[in-house]
Design a protein around this ligand. Structure first.
Ligand SMILES: CC(C)(COP(=O)(O)OP(=O)(O)OC[C@H]1O[C@@H](n2cnc3c(N)ncnc32)[C@H](O)[C@@H]1OP(=O)(O)O)[C@@H](O)C(=O)NCCC(=O)NCCS
Length: 207
């Protein structure tokens, strides 16, 4: 049985991604049972509870939390407590080069393409129909949103979000904790902790 931690939108995508692999998620962890339980999963309690940890001792697990910082905290705590890594969710209809290296607990969505020699860190999300070209490096807990295109040799720092449909020019370096807005075209390196929007991408100035 696979246990999923979290049961919101990203978890639903992960459950169906496992299903495409012929694997079944049977239970979930949340602090309280969800009123909406579309996959009829068993509620195990919070992953912080001792009793839940015991139930998870022999189960495979996956952290299905969309927020990168929360996903990082929860996944790292579980890896330490359970002494083993989560599964990877790689959709049966994703195209992933055999030369790609991957950390644990990541998700590759339907229609995503990951090309030669790319490196994808633990807990990262390469979402639906994203394109991650050769020699890209996606750091742990980063999120490449649906339809984003990363040309060859792009680096994305830890926990950063590349928004839906963004386009990143070859060899660009995106720092940690960055948000690239939906549809942004990135032509220059992006420092840590920046929000970038538009074409060409410029830092978001809040009025
Ligand atoms: C960049 C982003 C984080 C900003 O969100 P926000 O802080 O709530 O900003 P607001 O919506 O208040 O917009 C602030 C300004 O930035 C502009 N803006 C916001 N997002 C933009 C984008 N993607 N491209 C261009 N301009 C954008 C707004 O038009 C607004 O401009 P104004 O002040 O002239 O009216 C968000 O719009 C975004 O693009 N997020 C990515 C979503 C995504 O792809 N998620 C993946 C889910 S799977």
């Amino acid at each position: 049985m696979i246990v999923i931690v979290g049961y919101s939108g990203h978890a639903c995508v992960a459950i169906e991604t496992f299903s495409s692999m012929g694997l079944t998620v049977g239970a979930y962890c949340e602090t309280a049972p969800k009123s909406d339980n579309p996959y009829q999963l068993e509620w195990l309690g919070s992953e912080q509870d001792e009793a839940t940890a015991e139930r998870m001792a022999s189960a495979d697990y996956f952290v299905g939390i969309g927020d990168g910082m929360v996903r990082m905290r929860v996944q790292q705590e579980l890896q330490q407590r359970l002494g083993r890594n989560p599964l990877n969710a790689i959709h049966a209809r994703a195209i992933v080069s055999s030369s790609v290296t991957m950390g644990a607990g990541l998700l590759v969505g339907a229609g995503a393409v990951i090309n030669a020699q790319a490196r994808i860190g633990e807990g990262a999300i390469c979402n639906t129909a994203s394109v991650i070209e050769h020699h890209c490096v996606i750091s742990p807990y980063a999120h490449i949103a649906p339809g984003a295109i990363l040309c060859g040799g792009v680096f994305v720092g830890e926990g950063s979000l590349v928004g839906a449909g963004a386009i990143i020019k070859p060899q660009i370096r995106i720092g940690r904790n960055v948000i690239i807005g939906a549809g942004t075209v990135v032509l220059r390196d992006v420092p840590d902790n920046t929000v970038l929007v538009g074409n060409p991408g410029t830092p978001l100035i809040r009025k």
